[in-house]
Ligand binder design. Structure first.
Ligand code: IPE
Ligand code: IPE
Ligand code: MG
Ligand code: MG
Length: 327
């Protein structure tokens, strides 16, 4: 696990090197999408679309496309589509999580209210659908619809627990939730790109597994960083999951390590802050970090059926970054 004071691991230019030109085009198209003619929509889209964000999902989609012979225009549509879907889900997620900071700025709903933020999110979902349709690949379009349904189910799983830390969430519950809310979008980026690349079926399957395992690891690291990260580096609040009553894997493991009822007792008497402190000083974060490393090892193993190319190497490096990151 990263110790305090270690250099921040951020997405560097070199990590995205192979797709830099295409990512610049994606960025330009995201900015163009924000220039909607509607007088209120444009300014609101400009608050969430251009600039910020690691652009990890479009990078994955582009790399997957580069594993084969994807048509250049379709490839950009795919990458823009996954980032629009991601941004839409974040706009809604911040409403659901009552979170005030995103990508270093005040969240959209804190500026324009819940109703408009939900509607901007809907508009972004529609724009994402338009992009996926523009790939003119029926399997990609089907996968898009499947992904959106899975993301909703994952978010519903989480929200339906009613922010109740007394509820006994299991490790299986946790993984089912994050497979839906997060890993499914990584699958769309990776499998969608592989479909557009025209890869043989076993390689498409491999990219699906790669996306899923990487997506699970990515969310697990996000949930670790919620305890151990730095708010300024992350650009979003820390310690907020438990404060909100959201039970993530570190909490599942902490509860398991305590005597029956102790977790609930500590929560009720000392509050979530005490549990956040407890988690920060306990070995559970290390255990979760090891688990994320194992997921990424599985993701990288899936790539072995692909020809050994610099694109495959770049995917491996991106996967390694996902567990080392602290932003
Ligand atoms: C945040 O994703 C939401 C999660 C699935 C954890 P990112 O950490 O990729 O967010 P941005 O796009 O870089 O802001
Ligand atoms: C990921 O979960 C949200 C989505 C998949 C939309 P989180 O709630 O942990 O994401 P952050 O921490 O707000 O970025
Ligand atoms: Mg959130
Ligand atoms: Mg989080």
């Amino acid at each position: 696990m990263l110790g305090r004071g270690e250099a921040a691991v951020t997405v560097t230019g070199s990590l995205f090197g192979l797709v830099r030109t295409e990512l610049d085009e994606v960025e330009a198209q995201l900015t163009a999408t924000a220039q909607a003619e509607h007088p209120l929509l444009g300014p609101m889209l400009s608050m969430v679309l251009p600039g910020a964000g690691k652009r990890l999902r479009p990078a994955l989609a582009l790399l997957a496309c580069k594993l084969g012979q994807a048509e250049p225009v379709a490839m950009i549509h795919m990458a823009v589509g996954v980032e629009l879907l991601h941004t839409a889900s974040l706009v809604h997620d911040d409403v659901v999580d009552s979170s005030e900071l995103r990508r270093g700025s005040a969240t959209l709903y804190t500026k324009v209210g819940n109703a408009l933020a939900v509607l901007v999110g809907d508009y972004l979902f529609a724009q994402s659908a338009t992009r996926c349709v523009a790939t003119a690949n029926l399997r990609v379009i089907g996968l898009f619809a499947e992904t959106l349904a899975s993301m909703c189910q994952g978010q519903i799983d989480e929200a339906s627990r009613g922010n109740n830390p007394h509820l006994k969430v299991t490790r299986d519950d946790y993984y089912r939730t994050i497979r839906g809310k997060t890993a499914s979008l990584f699958v769309l980026a990776c499998e969608g790109g592989a479909l557009l690349a025209g890869l043989p079926e076993p390689q498409i399957d491999a990219m699906r597994v790669f996306g899923e395992q990487l997506g699970l690891a990515f969310q697990l690291i996000d949930d670790i960083l919620d305890f151990s990260g730095d708010e300024r580096e992350l650009g979003k609040p820390v310690g907020s999951d438990l404060r909100q009553g959201t039970i993530t894997l570190p909490v599942v493991y902490l509860r398991e390590s305590m005597q029956d009822g102790s977790f609930e007792c500590l929560f009720d008497t000392a509050g979530p802050e005490a549990l956040v402190a407890e988690i920060r000083s306990s070995p559970v974060l290390e255990r979760c970090q090891d688990e994320a490393t194992k997921l990424v090892t599985r993701a990288k193993a899936a790539l072995k059926v692909l020809p050994r190319t610099e694109t495959r190497q770049a995917l491996t490096e991106l996967a390694d970054y996902a567990v080392r990151r602290n932003t």
